[in-house]
Design a protein around this ligand. Structure first.
Ligand SMILES: *Cc1c(COP(=O)(O)O)cnc(C)c1O
Length: 841
């Protein structure tokens, strides 16, 4: 009896251990546990790469058997021990900021791309969210993610016989996904209630373990809900505006409620794109309840802890809702919960508060409820400052309060096993967990031979994947039977391999490479210097133009002479993206500048030794150098001018014909293209660390999260002391601002330079509430000149009238300077919180 019991207990421990490993998405970047899943059920594993799915499928007997095998059990034990150590060990954040008053950052996003085993993403936005969550885990930054669990996710792609895209919606079985219901301490499934017009509905809650961070998901497919409501969270980016509005309510309001139910009180709330902005309202509402303050004060305090990252480069990209729709869903919320009128709420999402027809813009809401705003590349920062300029009337565009943090990718997720091995040899095992400062120098130590070997192995692996998908697609098309195999004759592991895969949105110009089909065919069909092209991408089911481009490529790919040189891979997804970005020699990207806010797929190839050929847009604008890659375009915006498209297509072909192909095939005595390999080395050394999510989340932490946590803490101190509060300051300023005006101005030339003197009438405002400055525009690429003016001692000249003086040493002519008055509060952030400004002329 005793022995049986011990054995059973051991099995149970083994079972719990393997369950724990299968539910931790660490396996999506650390491949240490792959052997276990392969051993359990290699077929399911190869088809899904989903450890939890494997565990749910495998028979008890098989599992029992393996758990009693010393080798399997030993490996399991070792991996579990490693996981436990990794979870508890202090990481970068604990070392760099040991006393930081920052215990939780809540990261809200409509999509997360973590693994193909959890398909709740569409593309780049989800990629950024997923990769940052993983990097936060590596670095020990206390982030929790909040998102939605979609019953079907984003649509899946099939290509019909005429080359047209067809949309499919297979179901995500929650049972097979690596997620678990959130349980209360009594073991009950945590369900939340949310009010929609006329009914109260259940939200189900789920958790995903992502290394040391957690992602919480919400869905409405609760059988206790009426059927029509259960579909609200079925599709990502599906349905009309009303569905989208409901999804965003669930994400923002339900998401914040979920954190509250779990007892999580984040100091910082990161809104990944405007979709999530209702979280800021709900956060303020909760503060209002907890501290018994009015909405305006609650928002003024909590917004200091909110960060908004915008990802759009054009107005059309903003989420906007009709006023009537907003009234339907938010009328009661505004009045009964926030204690404000719906018009006041609508004003938060409008450029012009008084325009009753203006739709409600989620990005505007996010700006009005955040303490810091950023774009996702340096260029996108510039573009965003123009885009949001109308919210800051009369402010110079460079002063529009939007910064940038350039995106990066989670290298351990995207590097191949081979690349991982090379980097480990040269830079050590923990290289993506520190501050990366030594990587550039270390990776330069790699030899030509090592790098070229990496490329050969990676390209070979890609070829094998492409061949097997090629066979699957031929079977789908009924061209061959299941058992036939002619794939050996297609794709050459030694040929220059070009990759192009991304959403087929028109601004990405997916057909630029196809402008001259004859020329492209010539390039691809050379027998002497063979080139192959692998394409993939989906167009939104409502995007007709994007789908037309997919049809174009698929029909072009049918040309018999291209059969072994060109393939359009169906149903672009994360797994394909992994092997494509690991195997491609050159990654092509042709967006219409400046529409690509950042772009991330090109970053994925860096650590794998691929090279970029891309339009100077998004991240490439700041990454490009002539010795590491190729740049299209002249670094200027040209709209959708067809002549420019033709010119850039020509440049694209010329790069291929005159530089890329010759350089790739220019081999030394060891058959290595040494100039090419030199580019790879520099691209790896200079770009891979810089465009990693490690660098990105460290930047968010130091430049955004820590200051936000401090700002929020400082504002909480003002509760109950209205005179220090920002809400009252805003109220006072708004009341007296119309009275503020300039009086007499004079300039006196002195030996040290001109001396300005201005009089400003402040009405009932205290002079502590404003700043008076001299401003001159930036010139020739230099920043603008802003000189603070000093208030003359001894009080006002007459009631409400103050004199300010400043001396200018810059040597710039007097005529270039203009005095201005702007609001000031020691805790408030520039024009973001109060965009008033008065110029003297
Ligand atoms: C990386 C990735 C994207 C984003 O690619 P971009 O070129 O930045 O648009 C989209 N989809 C998938 C599946 C990806 O892996």
């Amino acid at each position: 009896m005793g022995v049986v019991l011990i054995e059973r207990t051991e099995r149970l421990e083994g079972y719990l251990a393997i369950r724990e490993l299968a539910l931790d998405l660490r396996w999506s970047w650390s491949h240490a546990s792959d052997v276990l899943w392969r051993e359990l059920d290699s077929q399911t594993w190869e088809a899904t790469r989903n450890p939890w799915g494997v565990l749910r499928t495998v028979s008890y007997d098989r599992l029992d058997n393996l758990l009693s095998t010393p080798q399997f059990a030993g490996k399991l034990e070792e991996l579990l021990a490693e996981k436990r150590v990794a979870e508890l060990a202090p990481a970068w954040f604990q070392h760099a900021h040991p006393t930081a008053p920052l215990s939780t950052i809540a990261y809200f996003s409509m999509e997360f791309m973590l693994s193909e085993a959890l398909p709740i993403y569409s593309g780049g936005l989800g990629n950024v969210a997923g990769d940052q969550l993983k990097a936060a885990s590596d670095l020990g930054i206390p982030v929790v993610g909040v998102g939605l669990l979609y019953a079907q996710g984003y649509f899946r792609q099939m290509i019909g016989p005429d080359g047209n895209q067809e949309a499919l919606y297979p179901v995500n079985e929650p049972d097979q996904l690596p997620i678990q219901p959130v349980r209360t301490s009594s073991g009950e499934w945590l369900r939340l209630q949310i009010d929609l017009p006329g009914c109260t509905l259940w939200l189900r809650t789920w958790e995903v373990q992502v290394g040391r961070t957690k992602l919480y998901l919400l869905d409405m497919n609760d059988p206790a809900n009426p059927a029509i409501y259960r579909c609200i969270t079925s599709e990502l980016y599906g349905g009309g505006p009303e569905t989208r509005l409901k999804q965003e309510m669930i994400l923002g309001i339900g998401g914040w409620q979920l954190l509250r139910a779990l007892g999580i009180d984040p100091q910082v709330c990161h809104l990944n794109e405007g979709h999530a902005a209702f979280a800021a309202l709900e956060r303020a509402r909760c503060f209002q309840v907890d501290h018994n303050v009015p909405f305006a004060e609650a928002l003024a305090i909590t917004r200091a802890g909110n960060i908004f990252t915008t990802h759009t480069a054009v107005k059309a990209g903003f989420d906007r809702f009709a006023p009537d729709l907003m009234k339907k869903y938010f009328g009661a919320y505004a009045e009964n919960h926030l204690g404000i009128g719906i018009d006041e709420l609508l004003a938060l999402g409008r450029q012009d508060a008084a325009d009753a027809r203006e739709p409600f813009n989620m990005a505007y809401l996010a700006i009005r409820t955040s303490g810091a705003v950023n774009g996702v590349s340096a260029l996108h920062g510039v573009v965003s400052r123009s885009l949001f300029q109308p919210l800051f009337p009369r402010w110079p565009t460079p002063e529009v309060p939007i910064g940038h943090v350039t995106n990066g990718i989670h290298v351990p997720t995207w590097d191949s096993i081979e690349a991982d091995r090379l980097w480990t040899d040269v830079c050590g095992k923990d290289r993506w967990r520190g501050d990366l400062s030594t990587l550039e120098v270390d990776i330069r130590e790699t030899s030509d031979r090592q790098l070229w070997r990496l490329r050969r192995i990676s390209r070979q692996a890609l070829c094998e994947e492409v061949r097997s998908q090629y066979l699957r697609q031929r079977v789908e098309d009924g061209e061959i039977e299941g058992g036939e195999d002619d794939a050996d004759s297609v794709f050459d592991p030694n040929a220059l391999t070009l990759g192009f895969a991304r959403r087929f949105a028109t601004y990405k110009r997916p057909a630029l490479l196809l402008q001259d089909p004859q020329r492209l065919t010539r390039i691809l069909t050379s027998t002497e210097r063979p080139v192959q092209l692998i394409l993939a991408g989906k167009a939104h089911p409502q995007d007709q133009e994007g789908q037309e481009l997919i049809r174009l490529w698929n029909n072009f790919a049918k040309r018999p002479e291209l059969r072994s040189r060109l393939i359009f891979l169906r149903d672009y997804n994360m797994r394909q993206a992994e092997w494509l970005t690991q195997g491609a020699d050159v990654w092509i990207n042709t967006p219409r500048r400046p529409w690509e806010a950042s772009g991330t797929s090109g970053m994925k190839i860096l650590a794998n030794g691929g090279l970029n050929l891309s339009e100077l847009d998004g991240w490439w604008q700041e990454a490009y150098a002539p010795d590491i890659g190729w740049a299209l375009g002249d670094g200027k915006e040209h709209g959708d001018d067809p002549d420019i498209d033709a010119m850039e297509a020509d440049a694209l072909y010329r790069f291929l014909e005159e530089e890329i192909i010759p350089e790739f095939y220019d081999r030394d005595q060891d058959s290595i293209p040494s100039k090419w390999v030199g580019r790879i080395r520099e691209s790896m050394a200079r770009l891979a660390p810089r465009f990693s999510a490690n660098r990105t989340v460290r930047e968010y932490t130091e430049n955004f999260y820590l200051p936000a946590a401090q700002g929020y803490a400082a504002r909480i101190e003002t509760v109950g002391d209205a005179s220090r509060g920002i809400a009252r300051w805003k109220e006072q300023l708004s009341k007296f601002w119309p009275k503020v005006r300039f009086g007499a101005t004079s300039v006196e030339e002195t030996k040290e330079g001109p001396s300005f003197s201005v009089e400003v009438y402040l009405g009932g405002l205290s002079p502590d509430m404003v700043k008076v400055e001299l401003y001159a525009d930036g010139e020739a690429g230099l920043p603008s000149h802003i000189e603070a003016m000093q208030r003359q001692r001894g009080g006002p000249v007459t009631t409400g009238l103050y004199r300010y003086t400043a001396r200018i040493f810059s040597g710039r002519p007097v005529s270039e300077f203009t005095p201005r008055v702007v609001p000031y509060h020691p805790l408030a952030r520039g024009p973001l919180e109060l965009p008033n400004i008065i110029w003297q002329r």
